[in-house]
Design a protein around this ligand. Structure first.
Ligand code: SF4
Length: 357
């Protein structure tokens, strides 16, 4: 159903990443993981927004121990983000984590890597190798001089090799860079030679505005080429925004089936209503729905009826009022002051019909 480049499927909790499965959306908590109440509250908000698996930092023993309690209170798979300390990985696995993000080449002595791999194998837990252009191994920086797409891919192959040598194959790989062309090149090359699912991301992309543009530019190219099996948008913002952006991006490429679509015009001198407010309020309302309803909000009768015919519900602005269209038919006129509330009622009605089918 979701055409992707060929990868092996990898189980994460009750989900499967890779193969021809849906591109799964993830984010990362901003809370201290040891603060169970705050972390669970953030995960619930993320889940409501459409997050399908969530990562927490496991940077100390308290964080690793909190996993047990967090797992009891959430229903989406939980991923531990671990750097270097294999004991934290073992503790996270013991406490029920569903996936570990750790680079085996950074763990240290072979017996430490073996201990992590053995624990993951016993519990059927995958490992995500997270290569980042900003933290490439010294031997690669010496070879290439500076971070390049080839160096990123070679780093991924280096870590994969360590796991494969131990006969471990439940692997997911990310190859992140904040340089968009470099990330595109690295993922494109990796997709040709790495058989494991790819976790997409433009790292340190920036704020809500600039990070959204950068992520959409880079990840859009990859998604359109069938590359990528799970995705995290990295923003200096509330992580719920990361999920909203990710869902919008998947929707753009027809890779999600439960997201509403809003069509709205840029407005021009023909406009006679406050369309920006209407569009923003409707968009916010739609963002909470998980049905493929299409709503159009157009400023005037020039393009309004045409767009409304393609939508489930739509309005075309007129002087101080709006013409309401349902499934392409004009049904009534609504005073401008009531446009949003009436549209919400219509949306609820149509969403209920979708939910039943
Ligand atoms: Fe202008 Fe009407 Fe087109 Fe909106 S729909 S941009 S108001 S002509």
């Amino acid at each position: 159903m979701y055409r992707r480049t060929d990868t092996v499927p990898v189980r994460v909790g009750n989900l499967t990443i890779g193969g021809n499965n849906q591109v799964l959306l993830q984010s990362m908590c901003t809370t201290k993981t040891a603060d169970v109440a705050a972390t669970v509250a953030e995960i619930k908000r993320l889940e409501e927004a459409g997050c399908q698996l969530v990562r927490v930092t496991v940077n100390n023993k308290e964080a690793a121990e909190a996993i047990k309690e967090i797992k009891k209170r959430i229903s989406i798979p939980l991923v531990a983000d671990i750097h270097f300390d294999y004991r934290l990985a073992l503790l996270a696995i013991e406490n029920g984590i569903d996936k570990v993000r750790i680079n085996p080449g950074n763990i240290g002595r072979r017996e430490k890597v073996e201990a992590v791999v053995k624990a993951c194998k016993e519990k059927g837990i995958p490992i995500r190798i997270g290569v980042n252009a900003g933290s490439l191994e010294n031997h690669l920086l010496e070879k290439y001089g500076y971070p390049t797409a080839d160096a990123i891919v070679e780093s991924a192959l280096f870590h994969i090799g360590i796991l494969e040598e131990l006969d471990f194959h439940d692997i997911i790989v990310s190859l992140k860079a904040s340089d968009v062309p470099m990330a595109i090149e690295a993922y494109t090359k990796a997709a040709q030679i790495i058989k494991y699912p790819l976790h997409l991301g433009i790292t340190e992309a920036g704020t809500l505005f600039s990070g959204t543009v950068k992520s959409a530019a880079g990840l859009g190219v990859l998604l359109n080429a069938g590359i990528g099996n799970t995705m995290r948008i990295s923003l200096s913002a509330d992580p719920v925004e990361e999920i909203k952006v990710a869902r919008e991006l998947l929707k753009t490429f027809g890779l999600i089936t439960d997201a509403p679509t809003l069509v709205s015009c840029p407005t021009c001198g023909r406009l006679d209503i406050d369309l920006f407010s209407v569009a923003n309020e409707v968009e916010e309302y739609l963002s909470k729905l998980k049905v493929p309803i299409k709503v159009s909000v157009l400023g005037c009768a020039v393009n309004g009826p045409g767009e409304a015919r393609e939508a489930d519900i739509g309005i075309a602005g007129a002087r101080g009022e709006g013409l309401l269209f349902r499934y392409g038919e004009m049904v009534r006129k609504i005073p401008e002051a009531d446009l949003v509330s009436e549209l919400k009622k219509e949306i609820d009605h149509i969403a209920a019909v979708y939910a039943e089918t």
